[in-house]
Design a protein around this ligand. Sequence first.
Ligand code: GDP
Length: 307
Amino acid sequence: RASWFSRLKQGLARTGSGIAQVFTGTRIDDALYEELETALLMADTGVKATEHLLRDLKQRVKDTKATDPAQVKALLIEGVAELLAPLERPLVVGEFVPTVIMVVGVNGAGKTTSIGKLTRHLAESGAKVLLAAADTFRAAAREQLSVWAGRNQVEIVSQEGGDPAAVTFDAVNAGRARGCDVVIADTAGRLPTQLHLMEELKKIRRVINKADATAPHQVLLVVDGNTGQNALAQVKSFDDALTLTGLIVTKLDGTAKGGVLAAIALWVRERQAAGGGPVPVYFIGVGEQLEDLQTFSAREFASALLS
Ligand code: GDP
């Protein structure tokens, strides 16, 4: 089985965004920058982040007096890595016991799978984990979460047709009573049409806070890396409603173009400049297996994107 890094590289290369091809010529001229602009846009980088990266690159070329396109490529990798660097940060649990992690995201993004993988990751580091099935609307969601609980041999709080906020409230209390280190709440990604998703999620957030005044300690959004600029739109709207503390970007082994990470990084930078907290990409998903959740590395991602 290929390493995660090569699967990420293959995934990003498969889309043929062709960023690397831009640097195969012999001259650094306007045509090169134009081709690069197109390639970055095709890779889902978005207009703003593409402009940012081009401006940054031109400055680096000037500063280093680069003369060879291969050097320009290396400078672009540096620029991308620098933009992405604030997204790189380990997920720390243990400051609060239990650490309560609320996981949100639209259906199909890979939320339940990522919770399964995250549970494995935390359990391997010795944490006692409790899962809360707060998507009480879909029986399949509850069942899927209990399969992951079984695979990881952790306990789950689940209640058929129950109120999502009530299930979460019980889970936080159960986590405390049972001496758990981490409580992870899986939430709905879509509701029966008469109900509003963000209102429901806000209610869960409030109720978690009632059960534990310091919680939730993390509100993580799972986004599908294949959805390009749409992923950025999801990040913004979930953040508006819930104030996110981090992201998990999935399916980067597939047909994802990867540039969306640069768009997200620029958004995080602006958010922090306006006084907001960091929103790291705690993990990336590079496959469907339990071990296919990797910590995000800005430099490795930048070189995979441009290889
Ligand atoms: P949810 O509706 O957000 O809970 O999504 P699921 O966790 O059920 O995932 C939806 C589909 O995406 C499933 O078939 C998963 O196996 C798949 N999936 C999730 N994460 C990844 C990933 O990182 N890579 C790939 N290739 N597939 C993934």
